[in-house]
Design a protein around this ligand. Structure first.
Ligand code: FE2
Length: 280
């Protein structure tokens, strides 16, 4: 039987100042209540908006216990880390970084030819058993992301499966679905979602009807766990990031760029940073 998941909440992103003074739109932030388990944070950066200041970026900072997922649509982010990795995340590229026990990295946004920087950063939790794992990167170039077009719907599939096609990001603990979905005017999108998985949709262009609820960009749609399919329709066109994954159902203690399971683990993280034992 088909049941469409209903909408529980539409979050209006709040402006937040991060890094060395980067203004961005934040719709989810790490909290002990872990409402969107396994997802911890969702930021939308859209520099060149008159609301926002000059480009600054994110100078060297640590992460432990999480995965950070950067998806760039315009402009780029140049990146360097304590493992010796360096590179540029360009338009359409994705970097899926599993911090595991720890990395120190720098993320510096650069304007593209259009003068804009546009993209998203998602934080995904790691289960207790993987929080102290080896750090790992999956760098995905735009050209290797499958683009699926069907009945007025265009999908860029980063992680997860659609019609037997798999996204290039694999072996992630949360079994995530991460895709960029664009509906042409007067089209409809149906997608099966396993029950128990958390589902979010970040609307960033146009207006769509999510299980009957009209959502205008920008906004984060949070779904109830009451069905096995998702339905999105649009009269005038809409574009959104569809994010889904299996919750870990573990207690979390977020502290800045670290998310661990206990206060003691956060204290250990801070001690490791002080003692120079954070990076091994
Ligand atoms: Fe970071």
């Amino acid at each position: 039987m088909t049941n469409f998941r209903t909408v529980s909440q539409i979050i209006e992103p709040q402006l937040a100042l991060e890094g060395a003074g980067v203004l961005l739109r934040r719709s989810v932030s790490p909290r002990a209540s872990n409402e969107h388990d396994p997802f911890l944070l969702f930021d939308h950066f859209a520099f060149n908006n008159p609301l926002e200041g000059p480009l600054r970026g994110f100078p060297t900072h640590p992460h432990r216990g999480i995965e950070t997922v950067t998806y760039i649509l315009d402009g780029s982010v140049s990146h360097r880390d304590s493992l010796g990795n360096a590179g540029i995340i360009g338009p359409g590229d994705v970097q899926w970084m599993t911090s595991g026990r720890g990395i120190l990295h720098e993320e510096m946004p650069r304007r593209g030819e259009s003068g804009n920087i546009y993209g998203f950063q998602l934080w995904v939790n790691l289960p207790a058993a993987e929080k102290m794992s080896q750090p790992r990167y999956q760098e995905v170039k735009s050209s290797t992301i499958p683009v699926i077009k069907k009945d007025g719907v265009t999908i860029r599939l980063v992680a997860g499966e659609l019609d037997g096609i798999h996204g290039p990001v694999t072996e992630i603990a949360a079994s995530p679905l991460y895709m960029d979905v664009k509906l042409a005017p007067a089209s409809r999108f149906i997608y099966p979602i396993p029950s128990g998985h958390t589902v979010l949709a970040y609307v960033f262009e146009g207006t769509g009807e999510f299980s009957g609820e009209v959502v205008e960009s920008v906004g984060m749609v949070v779904f109830n766990d009451d069905g096995n399919q998702l339905e999105v329709k649009s009269e005038t066109g809409v574009r959104f990031m569809l994010i889904a994954g299996a919750p870990f159902k573990e207690p979390i203690v977020p502290y800045g760029p670290f998310v661990m399971n206990t206060v003691e683990e956060i204290q250990q993280t801070l001690a490791d940073l002080r003692n120079g034992t954070f990076i091994k």
